[in-house]
Design a protein around this ligand. Structure first.
Ligand SMILES: Cc1ncc(C[n+]2csc(CCOP(=O)(O)OP(=O)(O)O)c2C)c(N)n1
Length: 635
């Protein structure tokens, strides 16, 4: 029987030899590769920390000692070591185990996570709680070099150094975020750059000193004497020591023989300690080592060849249409600049970054900064397009309010992954953006129903003299032929797509097509339902929506957002303000976090596909008001 199968708890790691632990690491890698080749998932990050996960569980006493994984996408080995081997095949599937740590799933998962740069704050909070109650548990944050580019990590380091609490931060340095890591900091902590940087700085300093009149040569002598300390000065340790941390490392993150005793020693140190561990992303699976970005988050693949099983052809994704359209627009408008927060590929900006390197900015995992940086660009006459996933824009809410909208700056927000995203689950669904954008003064918010409308929204954004957001989903577009020339939208104007007398559906975004199909189904049953694409969440097309509501007296709103404060709420408020009394049903997501599953499974489960919309409308017209919410509450 394999060692992995025999392992019942991480406690048992303590009795295994280093040789046996190495064998176990191989088995874990095999299991991860085999499973992820079928389920898809965050392969490269997890493969990189197999030994680190073993070493941590060997040295610590989990679950009373806490390991807080940053982002949590690298925790597959941790899951396998902590009793989830049996269920591992259900990874990221409906009803299965999560791709991220989840407190509900296991006592070994210390903190729910999915967004980056939170681990040091959370572990420090745990350390503070321990000290309040007089415990002695070890609190360990494991953070990647990419996640360390998020400002929150530094807010936490700043407090941790000051509080001098016993806290271990492991910096898992693989030189990669999803793409190669960016920023001055990454050069500082990066091992190769460190020595190059020292040599360059030294040369520059010598050159400068030798040219200082009269005393330059003497200064140079002094500087040469100080050379030894210069090397120590420009190391990663310097940064963390300045925050009040002890610095240990860099350590080879794949050599259990040295990693285990080093970590063992660290657990005896007092105060905050940063352990710098060097790992290789994708370790042990050649295709992932060679193409770590591609295998960061990957769909099912052939584990023999590493070939990703591409979904069979079909239209480009909304993301793809966004990326290519932005490049075309940028050719004509030199004011357009694009900003991503460490999601170069994910937001479809690779082509743009190559064609317009001067006008492309990857700011690292720093959504707040991305938005305020864009505000600065807009102040100086540029037309910044900030491309972020809906779920990550949540981080930058105040920046949107205070730095962009308040000053009515022409920043465009390209909000990708709006709606249900699938297997990444509750941390990643983009289902709050209608609610968190709609109430911000000066904001214009569009949800295009297809890729042609997306292009129109994009052009509208750069022509509009104020903040504007457009939100589009994960996945394929509809495969429409894109026109040669793009027409901007007129702000606040919706479009009536289908006439009907018994009721009207207002469907915002791509769900419009489900509404149209639902109307078709209902018409087969002799029910006449109209469909309107409001296009704009803000400003609403009052004239059109009010007249349709008055005409039919029965309104159904459909949105891929939580029902609280979303599009349906906006329609309710507007009709109340206008004194229109109509029967209204709001179809949308319920007031709870939505689980993982494929997008199709979730649309069906929450009544957002054509059948679901038709069923809700049918029930509503038959007098059952609770139909939309009952879909959700019955689950
Ligand atoms: C706030 C936030 N923005 C963006 C992301 C998307 N994201 C997930 S992992 C990742 C890169 C993390 O890099 P690193 O911490 O170095 O971990 P590695 O995968 O290299 O092990 C990014 C950008 C996220 N999870 N959270």
């Amino acid at each position: 029987m394999s060692l992995l199968k025999k392992l019942h708890s991480p406690e048992e790691l303590k009795s295994l030899s280093v040789k046996e632990l190495e064998v176990l690491a191989g088995e874990i890698r095999e299991k991860i590769i085999d499973t992820v080749s079928k389920t898809g998932g965050h392969l490269a990050s997890s493969l990189g920390v197999v030994e680190l996960s073993i070493a941590l569980h060997r040295v610590l006493n989990t679950p009373s000692d806490k390991i807080v994984w940053d982002v949590g996408h690298q925790a597959y080995a941790h899951k396998l070591l902590t009793g989830r081997l049996e269920r591992f095949d259900t990874l990221r599937q409906l009803g299965g185990i999560s791709g991220f740590p989840k407190r509900d799933e296991s006592p070994y998962d210390a903190f729910d996570v999915g967004h980056s740069s939170t681990s040091i704050s959370a572990a420090l909070g745990m350390a503070a709680a321990r000290d309040c109650s007089g415990g002695d548990e070890k609190m360990v944050a494991v953070i990647g070099d990419g996640s360390l580019t998020g400002g929150m990590a530094f807010e936490a380091l700043n407090q941790a150094g000051d509080q001098n609490k016993n806290l271990i931060v492991i910096l898992n340095d693989n030189e990669m975020s999803i793409s190669p890591n960016v920023g001055a900091l990454s050069s500082l902590i990066n091992r190769k750059m460190t020595s190059e940087l020292v040599v360059r700085l030294k040369k520059e300093a010598e050159n400068f000193l030798s040219h200082v009149p009269r005393i330059g040569k003497d200064l140079l002598k002094v500087a040469r004497k100080a050379e030894g300390s210069l090397k120590g000065f420009f190391t990663p340790g310097m940064l963390f020591e300045a925050f009040g941390f002890d610095y240990v490392g860099p350590l080879n993150g794949h050599r259990l023989e040295t990693l285990i005793p080093a970590l063992e020693n660290v657990t005896h140190l007092e105060g905050p300690v940063l352990v710098h561990v060097l790992t290789r992303k994708g370790k042990g699976f050649e295709p992932a080592e060679k193409h770590p970005s591609q295998f960061h988050g990957v769909g099912p693949f052939d584990k023999e060849t590493g070939k990703v099983r591409a979904s069979k052809g079909g239209p480009s994704s909304f993301t793809g249409v966004f990326g290519s359209t932005l490049s075309t627009m940028a050719e004509k408008d030199e004011r357009i600049v694009a900003i991503t927060a460490a999601m170069l590929e994910g937001t479809g900006l690779k082509d743009f970054s190559k064609r317009f390197p001067q006008r492309f900015f990857d700011v690292g995992i720093a959504e707040q900064h991305a938005v305020t940086f864009a505000a600065g660009l807009a102040c100086q006459g540029m037309r910044p397009v900030v491309a972020l996933y809906s779920t990550f824009l949540q981080r930058a809410y105040d920046n949107v309010v205070h730095d962009v909208a308040l000053q009515r700056l022409p920043v465009t927000f390209a909000i990708d992954r709006g709606g249900l995203v699938g297997a990444d689950g509750p941390t990643h669904h983009g289902v709050f953006d209608y609610s968190y954008l709609r109430h911000i003064p000066n904001m214009v918010v569009i949800a295009p129903r297809d890729e042609v409308e997306l292009q129109r929204a994009m052009l509208t954004g750069t022509l509009h003299d104020g903040p504007l957001a457009y939100r589009y989903p994960r996945g394929k577009s509809l495969g429409l032929t894109l026109p040669d020339s793009v027409e901007p939208l007129s702000i606040g104007k919706g479009s009536k797509l289908r006439d009907g007398n018994d009721a009207v559906i207002f469907a915002l975004g791509v769900v419009c097509h489900e509404a149209l199909m639902a109307a078709d189904m209902l018409s087969g049953e002799g029910v006449s339902v109209g469909v309107v694409d409001p296009r704009f969440l803000k400003p609403l097309d009052r004239e059109l929506l009010v007249s349709e509501a008055k005409r039919t007296g029965t309104v159904i709103t459909v949105e891929e957002n939580v029902r609280q404060g979303g599009f349906g709420s906006a329609v309710l408020e507007m009709l109340a303000d206008e004194g229109v009394s109509a029967r209204i049903l709001r179809i949308g997501l319920p007031d709870r976090f939505i689980e993982q599953g494929t997008q199709q499974q979730l649309y069906a489960r929450y009544g957002l596909d054509a059948e679901g919309v038709a069923a809700s409308v049918r029930n509503f017209l038959n007098g059952d008001r609770s139909s939309a919410s009952s879909v959700a509450s019955s689950i």
